[in-house]
Design a protein around this ligand. Structure first.
Ligand SMILES: NC(=O)c1ccc[n+]([C@@H]2O[C@H](COP(=O)([O-])OP(=O)(O)OC[C@H]3O[C@@H](n4cnc5c(N)ncnc54)[C@H](O)[C@@H]3O)[C@@H](O)[C@H]2O)c1
Length: 311
């Protein structure tokens, strides 16, 4: 039984990851500042600490009786759009948090660190599957903060830290925060559809993304400690390949038993036109193969939400 620290354990991805690690029989410590997460999301069996990974106060509580076998750093301000509101906060939540946590891990005998990176580091890229060695030109404060974190991870290899950064593409699925209308394309559209029978798309239907289902993301994270080939690696974690926003909207509206009106207008700061992943390196280093395609994933999410609403 391993001992793991999961930050962001009250958020969408961190809670799903912590639950999977508990199910696998591991001992899990969770931390979160509850800025966008919810205490009730923290899975049963997780020893939870409230606090901000970018500030020193949290860390006394996290001191382990024996070294953590790995730290999963999932906490962060997770919206490109919101990073424009307060870039200094974004720097603390996404970069200072990584640096502090890295030092904390090393000071306490942990040399395995798995990071929730982001496709937002790439910025504008040609219309082809993006590979990890593509030049990074982030277009948002969020993207810069995620890229800077990866650079800190790489710098800490000289102290013996073995890191993996999973560059997540558009993650979606049950457990996503349906009230946050500024983070998560799928959750925003599905929420508008369920609440109002209407979807407002900020930008063109021809834009494209790579949608990855939460269970596939969790499988990628949990594979990391077992796969030495993933150490020192930055790995793309996509799911659907190239899917246009228009196709996503069509798939969503097809799930609704009642008509849904759709409007395309406006835009989002820092949003790139299109991006999708080449996942061959994750396949080679992690054995990562996405299991849940967009039709099945969206149907599962819709079913989970409608069941909850009618309960
Ligand atoms: N959801 C996606 O599509 C996506 C894509 C790429 C990368 N990511 C990354 O994955 C991670 C998790 O994203 P999510 O979708 O679960 O978002 P989320 O907002 O649901 O979860 C983030 C959690 O981290 C907590 N948090 C934020 N800043 C913190 C801090 N400084 N200290 C402690 N806790 C803090 C929040 O309260 C929240 O519970 C983030 O780092 C995000 O950048 C997400």
């Amino acid at each position: 039984m391993a001992l793991y620290l999961v930050t962001g354990a009250a958020g969408f991805i961190g809670a799903a990851l912590a639950a999977a690690l508990v199910r696998e029989g591991h001992e899990v410590v969770g931390a979160d500042n509850l800025s966008t997460g919810f205490r009730e999301n923290v899975p049963a069996g997780v020893r939870f600490f409230y606090g901000d990974c970018g500030l020193p106060d949290l860390y006394n509580g996290l001191l382990p009786a024996r070294p953590y076998d790995a730290v999963f750093h999932v906490a962060g301000q997770s919206s490109g759009e919101i990073s424009f509101d307060d870039p200094v906060y974004d720097l603390r939540a996404n970069t200072a948090s990584t640096l502090r946590l890295l030092r904390f891990a090393l000071d306490n005998g942990c040399t395995r660190f798995i990071y929730a990176g982001s496709m937002s580091v790439y910025g504008v890229q040609p219309d082809a599957p993006v590979r990890e060695e593509a030049p990074c030109r982030p277009e948002s404060f969020y993207g810069v903060s995620k890229l800077a974190s990866e650079r800190y991870l790489r710098l800490h290899e000289q102290y013996g830290m073995r890191f993996t950064s999973l560059r997540l593409f558009n993650v979606y699925g049950p457990g996503q925060n349906m009230a946050n209308m500024r983070q998560g394309m799928v959750s925003i559209f599905m929420s508008m559809m369920l609440e109002n029978g209407y979807i407002h798309v900020k930008g063109s239907p021809d834009r494209y993304r790579d949608f990855v289902y939460i269970d596939d993301v969790v499988r990628a994270f949990t594979a990391c400690p077992e796969r030495r080939e993933s150490e020192g690696r930055i790995l793309n974690i996509g799911g659907s390949g190239r899917v246009t926003v228009g196709t996503l909207v069509d798939k969503l509206t097809a799930l609704s038993p009642t008509p849904v009106s759709v409007e395309y207008a406006g835009g989002t700061p820092g949003d790139v036109y299109g991006i999708y992943a080449d996942i061959s390196l994750a396949r080679a280093c992690l054995g990562y193969v996405p299991q849940v395609g967009p039709d099945e994933g969206l149907a599962r999410m819709y079913a989970a939400l409608t069941a909850r609403r009618s309960a």
